[in-house]
Every structure is written in C-alpha cells, then in structure tokens.
Design a protein. Structure first.
Length: 489
C-alpha cells in the first residue's frame, strides 16, 4: 500500500471535518428580545481583506460556503470549472454542493469594480429554513414598541396584522421572517418607532403597482431573492446602481450578503448604500434584534446534496405538455430563482378550463400546507416545510385539493390543475423544489429530474427543455406536439 492519499479520500476528510464542527456547534436562542442596553459592538473585529489586482489565473485561497457549486464559483471568480478542478483534484466528478469550510484553490481572472468584502448575514439565516423553527413572529413583534404591532392591512385575501403579513411574505418567498423584520426596522423603524411613516412607499420604491406596506414588502422579497439566487447560481455577477455605477460583488461573497447588496442598490444613493451594506447598516440592526448571526450559523446545504427520485406530476399513461421551462416559483417570473416548471393536460383547450386529470404526488410525503391554489408536499415526513426536501405545487383547484396532514404515496392525487392561486392564462400546474427552505434552481448542479427528464434553462424565463437521453421536449405554452410527454414511460 503506497503512502499517498487519494483525492476522493481528501474530499471525504473535508466532509468529516465539517460534520465534526457541526456537532460541536450549539443552537442560538430562537427568539431574542430587543436589547435596551449594552448593544452589541459593530461586526468589525476582523479587518476586511484587501483585494489586489491579481495576475490572470493566479491561485487564490477560498473556503467553501454552504451551497457553493462549481458552476457558480467559476462565474464568481471569472474562471472555468475545468481550471477549478485542475487546482482541486480531490473534488469527485459527481460532486454537486461543496463541503462548507473546505479549503480550495481557485484560479482568478481579475475584473474591476468589486464591491465590499464585508459579509452581512449567513445564508442559513436568509432562508425560511431550519434556523427559523421555533421563532414566533407574532409574539416577537408584540413585544416591541414600534408601529408594526398595531398595523393591519388586507393582504393575500385576508385581513392581517403586521406580523402576519411578514409571515405571509416569508412563507411565500421562503425568506426568514427575522431578516424581513430587520429590514423593516432599518428602513422604517417598524419595531422601535411608534408612528407609521406617512408614505405609501415605505421601503422607498415609488411604484403604483407596489403601493402600500404589503406590496412594498413583496417588492423587497422579489429583489432579495433575485440577488440571492442570482449569485447562488452564478447568473448574476454584476448590477447597476441608479446613478449608472456598475458593481461586481466580491468573488468571496456569500449569497445572503449579495441579496442585501442588490436590494439596497435598487433605491439608495451611493452614501446610503455604502452605509446600509457596511458594518453599521443592516448588519448592526440585525445584531441588535437577534444577536450575532454568525454565531448562530449552521450550514443548511450539505455536501453533495442530491435530489430524491421524483416522478412526473401527472398520472401514468397520461400525456401532458411542458408549457413553461425554468422560471420563478413565486414572484416576478423573470427574476431569479428559475426553479419552477409548468405542465398542463395536453388535450385541454386553451384558457382556464376545468380538468378531470389529477395532479399527483411526485414522491411519498405528507402535505405540510394546503391553501388556496397551493399544496406543499414534505418528503421527510415531519410536516414542516422549512426542513428537508419539499415540493411546492401552485394552481391547484380548490375542489378536490388534498388536506393538510394527508400522507401520500407517489402517484396519488393531490388535486386538479387550474388557474387558482395567482396569475395564470390557462389551466396548468406549477411545481418547484426546496431544500431546508432554499429554492433549488431547475437547471445546474442539482437539476430538476422527473423520471429521468432533466430540466435545462432557455435564454429567458419560461423557455427551456426537458431532456432524457437523446429525447428532448421543448417548453411551449401552446402545448404543441414537441412539448408533450407521457408519464410512466
């Protein structure tokens, strides 16, 4: 036996070190009161790194972060997957997500106009995932002196108080309610100031379409997710400020910090933007409300995450059309993440017509949520959509919709396709995946795989293909023959 260590064993050693570190970590308190004295210091204990003008292809040190994939890292560092693999031969060919904390060498090709290297928030505290379990938004808001606790507005088909609106947006977009509360406090004093600001554009976005508290928060969630998943997938590597300045996020940045940078870049001038994304900005507000986020960080995306086996969402022997390729699961369809796919019964005439062909469970699971237009199937069986793999179904008809708590086997009906639950021009079902609260893009290292049909992006949202071997189905909203496929074959 020779004395060398195989590359795969090196990769496993990195995985083991991460697991041991996770076992040694402790859970943070889920519900911290708003401090009234001795506020936490600014997060400036560690000096920010200086970024020189690197030589082309120079190897730089990088520590893998939760959810990192090789395609995204290649985009962040302006390099190629092949060059990263050559510098890190221990990475297996079938690796999907990198082990958080694994040291890597990455060849970098310098581009100017990098943003701040200051990291605002860990990714695990961005998503509506395991870190949020046990947090009671209503109780937390009720204990604060600000205007939000007494605020009420009609939102999502019901009259809701301020905390309930935050939870409603957090659930739909899968963003942590803690982050949304911190953002509302930073922008409007929602938790500390007794008087509601006299404006219809609380978060500073002056659009009639987003008038009022609820819709301003919806706009913010759209911007946050576009930044988060654009960086996570490597599809967003630069953005333009209102004054025309171009910014490229620091290649070492994490997705949650880029999400906040992108959000603040939409409507803040240079001075207020730099304040907001620095140590004295939203990071300080979050720390004052909920404690040090980095002390509470437990990576939520494990090493080499794999999708469980999933079937097509309609009955065996039935032919449906692939009507839309990868697009946003909730929110403005052209924004990231492109995580959802649409299917419609191919024999159905155009428009919002009732269908007698059921939408079915793509795997065994328990229904974690059944609401107007929506069914969430929890594959780990704990009934909490914030943990493990879940499948999100949208546009499920009220009549025949499965109830919350129902246990289903793959292929059993969950309801019928419709136009309910949001904007739709024709009867169909819209499905997407989440893992530990994170939307999983339909294309990429963890591509959507339904009975071997693998999703690929098109040039724009809703375009794209499904491919199984040499067979290719092309998304088309008119359900033409080239968009059709049959389940169970």
């Amino acid at each position: 036996m020779n004395g060398t260590v195989s590359p795969y064993r090196k990769f496993l050693a990195a995985v083991l070190s991460v697991l041991l570190a996770a076992c040694a970590s402790s859970q943070a308190e889920p519900d911290l009161p708003l401090p009234t004295a001795s506020p936490l210091p600014l997060a400036t204990d560690t000096p920010l790194p200086k970024r020189p003008m690197y030589a082309p292809g120079e190897l730089v040190d990088y520590q893998a972060q939760s959810g990192d994939t090789l395609p995204a890292l290649a985009a962040h560092f302006n390099t190629t997957i092949a060059e990263i693999r050559a510098a890190n031969p221990e990475i297996p060919d079938d690796a999907t997500t990198m082990p958080p904390g694994m040291p890597m060498k990455i060849p970098i090709y310098y581009l100017p106009l990098w943003g701040t290297p200051f990291k605002i928030l860990p990714d695990s505290l961005y998503v509506n995932g395991p870190a949020v379990v046990g947090f009671d938004t209503v109780r937390f808001v009720a204990g604060q002196p600000g205007w939000l606790k007494d605020f009420r507005q009609y939102a999502g088909g019901a009259m809701r108080n301020g905390a309930q609106i935050v939870d409603y947006v957090a659930t739909n977009f899968s963003i942590s309610p803690r982050l949304l509360l911190a953002l509302l406090e930073y922008e409007s004093g929602a938790l500390s100031r007794p008087e509601l600001p006299d404006t219809d554009y609380l978060l500073g976005y002056p659009s009639d379409y987003y008038r009022g508290f609820y819709l301003q928060l919806v706009w913010a969630a759209n911007m946050l997710n576009h930044g988060y998943y654009g960086w996570r997938s490597g599809l967003l590597t630069q953005f333009e400020h209102p004054d025309g300045r171009l910014e490229r996020p620091d290649p070492w940045q994490n997705a949650a910090s880029v999400a906040l940078q992108y959000y603040f870049s939409r409507q803040h001038d240079r001075t207020s933007y730099e304040q907001a994304v620095g140590p004295a900005g939203i990071a300080r507000t979050y720390r004052l409300l909920f404690g040090d986020p980095w002390a509470a960080d437990t990576p939520h995306i494990p090493v080499s995450l794999t999708q469980p086996a999933l079937r097509l969402p309609f009955s065996d022997g039935k032919t449906w059309a692939y009507t839309s390729g990868p697009h946003n699961p909730w929110g403005q369809e052209a924004l990231y993440p492109w995580a959802a796919l649409d299917f419609a019964p191919s024999a159905l005439s155009a428009g919002c017509q009732p269908s007698d062909q059921p939408v079915v469970a793509v795997a065994d699971g328990v229904v974690a949520r059944s609401a107007p237009g929506v069914v969430v199937l929890d594959l780990d069986g704990d009934g909490d959509e914030r943990t493990g793999w879940v499948i999100f179904y949208l546009h499920v008809a009220t009549q025949g919709r499965v109830a919350t708590g129902a246990h289903l086997h793959a292929g059993e009906p969950i309801g019928f396709p419709s136009c309910e639950g949001g904007y739709a021009t024709g009867t169909h079902v819209h499905i997407a995946r989440r893992y530990n609260g994170e939307w999983i893009p339909a294309d990429g290292a963890l591509a959507f795989d339904l009975e071997g049909w693998v999703a690929h992006n098109g040039e724009a949202a809703r375009q794209g293909t499904l491919q199984r071997g040499s067979q290719i189905v092309i998304a088309n909203e008119n359900a033409v023959a080239s968009s059709q496929l049959t389940a169970g074959r």
